[in-house]
Design a protein around this ligand. Structure first.
Ligand code: SF4
Length: 236
């Protein structure tokens, strides 16, 4: 993270588990602008690390199987905290992205009819700390093969501002196991990267703490689709 002030905020946000969990108030002012800027910096940092991982995969003769049109991971229910949802909503509000926003708003009702209460179920499991329940609900949802409402013709329409979890998704060798109805029911193979996994843990903690610091509901993530839709339609 290049911006020194954001770097300091990031360090402070993850300095106390209470800020991450929302049990303790963050003692400094964090504005929504700060939260969005921090999300953008984290996205940039992760892109650099993910590129390095892709190059390492090639050197190991295990090239990534991901590419344009491959949308297996876009059938997972992506849950985010407010900074990332805000970043996407602001990007969609830019005049240059009006067509993307319009397409998303048109796709939303069909997506919502398909997923039903799944986002609420996942958010409730997360909030209660029910990890097995969360995983079971997440997997059951993924097996239904419902594409993210931001995906159009196999492409992410918000690629530039997509969440961390989307940027980190990858599979090596084959994408055959990235879908919920894989006949072999095998997990997708990933590049082992303990350092990057640890970084992700810290980054997600900072976004969670920032969510609380800007007034997001305690310990409650939201589906990226629903959260952005709510932000876009709140003022209308
Ligand atoms: S935000 Fe983009 S990359 Fe992430 S699941 Fe949706 S379409 Fe896929």
């Amino acid at each position: 993270m290049i911006d020194k002030r954001l770097r300091a905020l990031f360090d402070e946000l993850i300095s106390n588990e209470g800020y991450v969990s929302g049990r303790r108030s963050f003692p400094r002012t964090l504005t929504p602008d700060d939260a969005v800027a921090m999300a953008a910096e984290l996205h940039k940092d992760l892109d650099g690390a993910a590129d390095a991982r892709a190059r390492a995969a090639i050197r190991l003769h295990k090239p990534l199987a991901c590419g344009p049109g491959c949308s297996g991971c876009c059938e997972e229910m992506v849950m985010v905290f407010r900074p990332e949802a805000l970043r996407i909503a602001r990007w969609l509000e830019q005049p240059a992205n009006a067509a993307v926003k319009q397409r998303f708003l048109e796709a939303y009702p069909t997506w919502k009819a398909k997923v039903g209460d799944a986002p609420t179920t996942l958010a409730t499991s997360f909030k209660s700390g029910d990890d097995p329940g969360y995983l079971a609900a997440f997997t059951a949802q993924w097996r239904k093969r419902i594409l993210c409402a931001f995906n159009h013709d196999g492409m992410c329409t918000i690629y530039e501002v997509r969440p961390l979890v989307c940027r980190n998704a990858h599979a090596v060798g084959t994408s055959a196991h990235c879908v919920g109805d894989d006949p072999e029911d095998l997990p997708a193979l990933r590049m082992a990267s303990p350092e990057l996994d640890a970084w992700m843990e810290r980054a997600r903690g900072a976004l969670r703490a920032a969510h609380h610091a800007i007034g997001g509901p305690k310990q409650r993530p939201a589906s990226v689709v629903e959260a952005v839709h709510d932000l876009l339609t709140a003022a209308t």
